[in-house]
Design a protein around this ligand. Structure first.
Ligand SMILES: [Ca+2]
Length: 182
């Protein structure tokens, strides 16, 4: 319990200080992401910017990454940070999935081009199946990249923030820990 509080406390500090990645999923280190039929590959996100780095055409032409927003957290952005095309194909499918308790399904269609780098796709995708508008609350979400061409590379950030009111709880948790250490 105290360990969780310490982790949350420092995650909140990292968020406030604008630190880099909270967590990283890098296919070159962590393995090719599963396909829609076999996935998702689950990614353990935490408060801050959680970065995903992927490549195309490793074992298939789909990448499906899933993650869970816990109670007290919000999903505030999924921002494309790089997209390098190859093979004459200048776009690829970039889609939002969700599991509302009855299995994974596609919540929104969509695609990306290099000019979308810097775009928060929560402002692009149809969010009517996941509450209507960002930020998105606790639940299971996923991103699918599909229809791409071997040699393409991409990266995006999944931004998780403490829900309003939960920062006070994190602060209390940190206070309890610091008291115990004295
Ligand atoms: Ca891949």
């Amino acid at each position: 319990m105290n360990k969780i509080n310490v982790t949350g406390f420092f995650a909140a500090l990292a968020l406030v200080s604008g630190a880099a990645s909270a967590s990283i999923y890098d296919e070159s280190v962590d393995g090719d992401l599963l396909s829609v039929g076999d996935g998702p590959t689950m990614f353990d996100v935490s408060a801050g910017n959680n970065s995903v780095f992927g490549t195309i055409g490793d074992t298939d032409f789909e990448d499906f990454i899933g993650f869970t927003i816990e109670a007290g957290e919000e999903l505030t952005a999924i921002t494309l940070t790089s997209f390098i095309t190859a093979g004459g194909n200048t776009s690829t499918g970039f889609r939002l999935y969700t599991d509302q308790g009855a299995g994974w399904f596609q919540a929104s269609s969509g695609s990306m081009v290099p000019g979308d780098v810097g775009t928060n796709f929560l402002s692009v995708w149809d969010l009517s199946d996941v509450g209507g508008s960002a930020p998105l609350g606790p639940g299971s979400y996923g991103v699918v990249l599909a229809e791409f061409t071997a040699g393409q590379t991409y990266s995006f950030d999944i931004t998780v923030t403490p829900a309003p009111g939960s920062l006070a709880l994190l602060g209390l948790g940190g206070l309890a820990v610091s008291r115990r250490r004295r």
